[in-house]
Structure formats: structure tokens, C-alpha cells
Design a protein around this ligand. Structure first.
Ligand code: 13P
Length: 254
């Protein structure tokens, strides 16, 4: 499919960049610009848990969807500091990141946690956006492919994927996240093609969508989206500022 025809996913991971008022303010501005996007471009924002409901209010009536940055797999109980998938579902969240590299490296999330989260999200009807990626030493010692394949196996082996549920995987090489050093688009495309083959082996004939994340900017987003097996981007820093995010949106749909 040509880049001009395929559905494009523009996912904005605001991380911990914006406080409550700033999150609402950016959402208010995005509501206006979202209507200028062609229908084939789907936008979702991933605010902090704190700002989720305020952002939802600002986006009401707009096509922009809501995503959570992290979830916990038990519905409710004594889990100080956590917010469950079921709780996010109850306020209209459509997507949730799982296994983001910052969760894996800073908060020590492992493949087992990732799997638990995926299962809980599917159970409540939220689409997991499963983040996969190798570290710099892993790339340098030639084990990048092995690492991402192991992450995929842990996430999806023997998992019954619910019929009709989107399957979204974000390839985010850890060394490209928040470094200003993006992966070369052709290499990101090659890694996504590899992930695609592996996912087909694990889950069968389910159409999977692959996003690239890591230092995406207005000037490089088009090169990623042009790759055959990349359908969109998961953007961190540049998505938390109206100017750069507007630039990314405009360049992505050109
Ligand atoms: P940056 O766009 O800031 O590199 O972050 C990417 C990312 O982690 C998106 O989830």
C-alpha cells in the first residue's frame, strides 16, 4: 500500500512532561487541529493518569482517542500508586502502552509484567500498544533481533487474541528514545518487517500494525511512515509541544 493511502497512526506519549493545566491546554489546542487531519490519520494522546479525565473533557466531540501510559493488571485493591486497566476503561480509554522502555529500564518492568498487563487490558477491552526494542549494547553486540524476538514471545506466546481487537506494536529502540538519535528509517522498517513475521508466527493471521518511536521530529516522520511495514509513530518529547506536534502531524499526512 502506498504511504499516501495507508491508515496512519499518530500517537502522542506525553510522558511526565505536562502538569494538569498544561495537559488540558494542549488537548484544547489539539481538538482544533485534529479536525484538519484526513480521516485515514488516527490520533491518540497518552496523558498522565492525573490529567486523563481533564484531557478527556477537553477532547469531547473530537476524533482524538485516549491512551494510558501504564496500567496495573488487578482491577482494584491494595496496590498503592497504581491505576488499573478496568479503571481506565471506565473513563473511556481506548489504548494503553505496555512495556515502554522507560518502564522496563527505570521501573524494572519485566516480560512477565508485560504479559500480565496485556492480558488484563484485553480482558477489559483496551487495546495494548506493546513496546519492543533493544538497548544500545544489545544493538552493538549484534543481539538486537534476538532481544526483540524474545520480547515478542513473552508478550504473545499462546495468547488468544480477541476477535476484532487491534494489534499494535511499537518498535522503540531504547537508544533512540529521548536521545535525539533516531534509528535510520530503513533500519526501523527492516526491524518492523522482522517483528511482523514473528508476530504472524505467534498469533497467526491477525493484521498487526507497527509504529516506530524514538526521536521522531517533523523533519523525519515522513521517512518512517514511508516504510512498508510502518504505519505510524509513537512520539514522546516532540508530542508534548503544540508546535512540534503540529509539524509532525502535517508532515505525516503530506
Ligand atoms: P522521544 O520521542 O522523546 O524520543 O520518545 C519516544 C517514546 O518513548 C515514545 O513512547
Amino acid at each position: 500500500m502506498s504511504a499516501a493511502a495507508k491508515k496512519i497512526y499518530l500517537f502522542a506519549n506525553w510522558k511526565m512532561y505536562l502538569n494538569y493545566a498544561e495537559s488540558r491546554s494542549l488537548a484544547r489546542a489539539l481538538k482544533k487541529t485534529a479536525h484538519d487531519l484526513p480521516q485515514r490519520a488516527g490520533m491518540a494522546v497518552f496523558p498522565s493518569a492525573l490529567a486523563m479525565v481533564g484531557v478527556k473533557e477537553e477532547l469531547s466531540g473530537s476524533p482524538v482517542l485516549l491512551g494510558a501510559q501504564n496500567t496495573y493488571w488487578v482491577d482494584r485493591g491494595g496496590y498503592t500508586g497504581e491505576v488499573s486497566s478496568a479503571m481506565y476503561k471506565a473513563v473511556g480509554v481506548r489504548y494503553a502502552l505496555v512495556g515502554h522502555s522507560e518502564r522496563r529500564t527505570i521501573f524494572h518492568e519485566n516480560n512477565h509484567d508485560v504479559r500480565q498487563k496485556i492480558e488484563a487490558l484485553l480482558a477489559v477491552g483496551i487495546t495494548p500498544v506493546v513496546c519492543i526494542g533493544e538497548t544500545k549494547p544489545e544493538r552493538q553486540d549484534g543481539s538486537a533481533e534476538e532481544v526483540v524476538e524474545a520480547q515478542l514471545r513473552a508478550a504473545f506466546t499462546d495468547l488468544a487474541w480477541p476477535e476484532g481487537r487491534e494489534l499494535i506494536i511499537a518498535y522503540e529502540p531504547v537508544w533512540a528514545v529521548n536521545t535525539g538519535e533516531p534509528c535510520a528509517p530503513e533500519e526501523a522498517g527492516r526491524m518492523c518487517s522482522l517483528l511482523k513475521k514473528n508476530v504472524a508466527g505467534l498469533l497467526g493471521d491477525i493484521p498487526a500494525v507497527f509504529l516506530y518511536g524514538g526521536s521522531v521530529r517533523p523533519e523525519n516522520v515522513g521517512d518512517f511512515i514511508r516504510q512498508t511495514d510502518i504505519s505510524g509513530v509513537l512520539v514522546g518529547g516532540a508530542s508534548a509541544k503544540l508546535e512540534t506536534w503540529s509539524g509532525i502531524m502535517a508532515a505525516a499526512v503530506k
